[in-house]
Design a protein around this ligand. Structure first.
Ligand SMILES: [Zn+2]
Length: 207
């Protein structure tokens, strides 16, 4: 049985032919190369080696980009939206159910913290996509980009809304359900981006 490795994400496929589409990153068969016995050990030891990040280029910006990828700035920074947004949404729900306005305020500060982290999240995500995954435009990366645009937009709307109408969740009105729906949309967007990121990073480790 032949083995084929995806040159974008490192997924290894067994079979006579490379797969139509990489199940991890969505790259086409042209991105697969056959793994021979010599490099097999190296290809199976887990996540693609960060030392092999291509184009170790010169110049300050290029050096920053290299460090961003090598030191995992994207997976580090995504802990902000993925860790804080679920708590903020839980706070919003408790605020509605038990009419606790202090939790509403706490959740607003959570949202602002996440919003401020988004430039780092998006920039490091873009650089990692370009350098580590060759900037392939497969559905996996497109969904991640759309999810981040949705997340930033909804975050901005929720923060501005909350600043204009601080008690939106405590006062009984139909607007608060719209507000809650938007926060669930935000949760879905960061969850989807995080899920696909986990799929890319842990695709081989779990096998
Ligand atoms: Zn792949």
């Amino acid at each position: 049985m032949k083995k084929w490795e995806c040159s974008v994400c490192g997924y290894v496929h067994e079979g006579e032919e490379p797969p139509e589409k990489c199940p991890v990153c969505g790259a086409g068969p042209d991105k697969f190369f056959e793994v021979t016995a010599v490099v097999e050990g190296a290809a199976q030891d887990g996540i693609p080696d960060d030392d092999t990040v291509e184009e170790r280029s010169t110049g300050f910006i290029a050096m920053l980009n290299d460090h961003m990828v090598k030191n995992h700035l994207h997976p580090i920074s995504v802990h902000s939206p993925n860790g804080i947004v679920p708590i903020a949404v839980v706070f919003f729900i408790i605020a509605v159910v038990f009419k606790v306005s202090s939790l509403e305020t706490a959740a607003l500060f959570n949202m602002i913290a996440v919003f401020l982290s988004m430039p780092v999240v998006i920039l490091s995500g873009y650089v990692t996509w370009q350098k580590k995954y060759q900037g392939v435009s497969t559905s996996v990366f497109k969904v991640k980009i759309v999810a981040s645009v949705v997340a930033v937009t909804v975050l901005a709307v929720l923060i501005i809304w909350k600043l204009i109408q601080p008690d939106v969740l405590v006062v009984a009105s139909s607007a608060r359900w719209v507000f809650l729906m938007l926060s669930l949309l935000l949760l879905g967007a960061v969850g989807m981006a995080g899920h696909l990121g986990g799929q890319l990073v842990f695709s081989k480790a779990k096998k």
